[in-house]
Write a protein that binds this ligand. Sequence first.
Ligand SMILES: [Zn+2]
Length: 167
Amino acid sequence: MERAVLVLNANYEPIHVTNLQRAVCLMLMEKASLVVNGSGDLHTVHESFPIPSVIRLNSMVNKPRPRISLSRREILRRDHYTCQYCGKQSQTLTIDHVIPRRLNGPHTWENVVTACSSCNHRKGGRTLEEAGMKLHKQPAEPPTNAAYRLGGYLNSYQNWETFISGW
Ligand SMILES: [Zn+2]
């Protein structure tokens, strides 16, 4: 039961991704309806039940848009897995604080970038000016729209694209 299920609000806006077990639970409680069948059915002794890939809540929920968590994985994704100093794609990417921690540089979207290990090493604990280095792009908080938030799932769940794009 590790399959992911896309949950849409009553107005079809994608809200979040849940697991199969929770999705089936929502359907059994009649809080959500099947939109797309993943593939096939779940069989119990007495009945069979479609395996959902996309479900829709039967009544509208008002939720503030979740923000993207400031995790290593999300920082790499925002920066397209490339070093923001030299533009190289590398297997050994690190997270660099533009204003270094020792100068009280904050751990925020605006102050963290992906850096390859050699650029990170070269910059050391210095500021951009001190190190004579430049950023390709000013770091910022990534967008919170569904296409960005859930875009990472599209490799595995291509059939979600029509539900995610445009939100
Ligand atoms: Zn680099």
